[in-house]
Design a protein around this ligand. Structure first.
Ligand code: ZN
Length: 247
């Protein structure tokens, strides 16, 4: 693992997972930049949330604020032109014949990582952090650990460099992701994530649930809500007794 003298860049969308990854990177590395992608998502809520989340990180965690570097927003609008998906068009979110949900955007994460690596290369950044996760996801093949290892190898061969691609959420379920946020930033970070990050596929932010804003029924909301409930339940379990329960 790297130290405080190393630089990192986090794929940062403004959602729960990438906000947790940002906290992880700020705890690990000396300087952390962030990158978001505009690929004509069907709603703009998540991209708007990221500004608030970054501002709240700076406000609530002064020691992290000093490490938080430039934020990049990269226009990848052509992804939407390549074909509609449940995330980029008005298509209904459903399971497809190939076993993947219609929210799968082919090539998206590979393109994200390649773009982040291009920024990292020029900025002298060695570590790239993404919130990909094999445990709780919808079976997206570009979230799998083997895909990440292959992308890391391809980037290092293709740019003749030594990037390290980190996926701190890879083997965590959503309950563990809440727990990791608590370990990294305590209740202030958990509450920041509840209030200001966005997960809902439909861009719904009018209904406030215990776990944050969202429609409460789309696959992303269900995962987030279920993880929150399971994390809360664990706080009542005997091995966690003595800790303060989440409010
Ligand atoms: Zn939703």
């Amino acid at each position: 693992m790297a130290g405080a003298d190393e630089y990192a860049i986090v794929l940062f969308s403004g959602g729960q997972d990438s906000a947790t990854c940002l906290a992880w990177a700020l705890a690990e590395f000396g300087r952390v930049e962030t990158v978001a992608f505009d690929y004509r998502q069907r709603h703009r809520v998540e991209l708007n949330c990221r500004k608030v989340v970054l501002a709240e990180f700076r406000r609530l965690f002064p020691k992290w604020s000093d490490k938080l570097g430039q934020h990049h927003l990269v226009d990848l609008g052509f992804l939407a032109e390549l074909g509609e998906t449940g995330l980029t068009g008005e298509q209904e979110i459903r399971m497809q014949a190939n076993g993947l949900p219609s929210t799968f955007v082919p090539g998206r994460n590979i393109l994200f990582l390649t773009t982040a690596a291009a920024i990292a290369y020029r900025a002298g950044i060695r570590h790239i952090i993404g919130g990909m996760c094999e445990t709780d996801y919808s079976g997206y093949p570009d979230c799998r650990d083997n895909t990440m290892k292959a992308v890391q190898l391809a980037l290092n061969l293709g740019m003749d460099t030594h990037f390290v691609l980190h996926t701190p959420l890879m083997w965590r379920d959503k309950a563990d992701t809440w727990r990791l946020a608590d370990e990294l930033g305590g209740r202030p970070l958990v509450n920041l994530i509840r209030e200001h990050t966005h997960t809902c596929y439909l861009g719904e932010r009018t209904t406030r649930h215990d776990w944050g804003y969202g429609c409460g029924t789309c696959p992303a909301c269900r995962l987030r809500a279920d993880g929150w409930e399971r994390w809360r339940a664990r706080w009542d379990a005997p091995e966690d007794s003595g800790r303060v329960a989440p409010d």
